[in-house]
Design a protein around this ligand. Sequence first.
Ligand SMILES: NC(=O)c1ccc[n+]([C@@H]2O[C@H](COP(=O)([O-])OP(=O)(O)OC[C@H]3O[C@@H](n4cnc5c(N)ncnc54)[C@H](OP(=O)(O)O)[C@@H]3O)[C@@H](O)[C@H]2O)c1
Length: 270
Amino acid sequence: MKITFMGGGNMANALISGLLNNGFPTNEIEAIELEEEKRDRLQRTFGIRCHAEPDAETLACDVLVLAVKPQQMHAACLSLRDFLKRQLVISIAAGIRLKDLSRWLGGYKRLVRAMPNSSALISAGLTGLYAPSGVSEAERLGAERIIHAVGSTLWVNEEAQIDALTAISGSGPAYVFLFIEALQQAAAELGFSPKQVRQLSIETVLGAAKLASMSEEPASVLRERVTSKGGTTEAALRVMTKREFKEAIIAGVKAAKERGAELGELLGKE
Ligand SMILES: NC(=O)c1ccc[n+]([C@@H]2O[C@H](COP(=O)([O-])OP(=O)(O)OC[C@H]3O[C@@H](n4cnc5c(N)ncnc54)[C@H](OP(=O)(O)O)[C@@H]3O)[C@@H](O)[C@H]2O)c1
């Protein structure tokens, strides 16, 4: 399976690294990247062939991964439309809808929308996938095989769910980093050294996430189990609840979903 990446930035690097680490042959991956410095880096780091612009030979691939920024997608698609024949096209761009992609690609229909998250950089990502009914089972499996190289996958049945998923797992690492930041500030204010602050905050989050992933119990039950009546955790949670900690997260996720829909609408006007 030959794969060509359009755009050789952060996400393309994560995916290429994951594919190579999973035994994918170097000579079956190519990239099209505008910037010479980034092309050189891709070639040096991964040993893959890189090109400055699309042509028939580069696009004689089985899968084309669109990994440019959402606002660069329209121009990128216009440069690709003459070379598309039977390739499966996977877009990882936030917000861009398949109907707009298809229009920009001259009515092309063999399209999959994917939403990875930044943990893909360490092959621990979660990627949401959506394929319309025209995409075959074999093509879905091909898309899944590629995306699986950087973590787990979750198929959704409606494209709108990709916007919802973007607000949870796509933006989610930022919410967790904010939580870590707050924990670190609190630990520093309680007198711990920078090294201790880092260890305390990150290992607490890692351990709790691992415990939640290994337990059959819902998070609320795990929380109650560490909250003794009249104890320290209860004192903390009382203050956090009063300050609407949970409601703030829920409202934030909903705002992210709305912004995703707005961006899709805005970028789709081109
Ligand atoms: N990073 C994340 O955590 C994340 C998570 C989920 C989804 N995504 C999606 O992944 C996509 C890529 O994000 P990224 O962070 O990897 O962006 P990025 O680092 O900016 O990479 C995009 C690359 O594509 C190049 N490019 C732009 N137009 C091109 C064209 N017509 N032909 C060839 N190359 C072109 C850009 O060059 P220039 O630098 O010269 O513009 C840049 O090097 C985005 O659509 C984003 O929504 C990212």
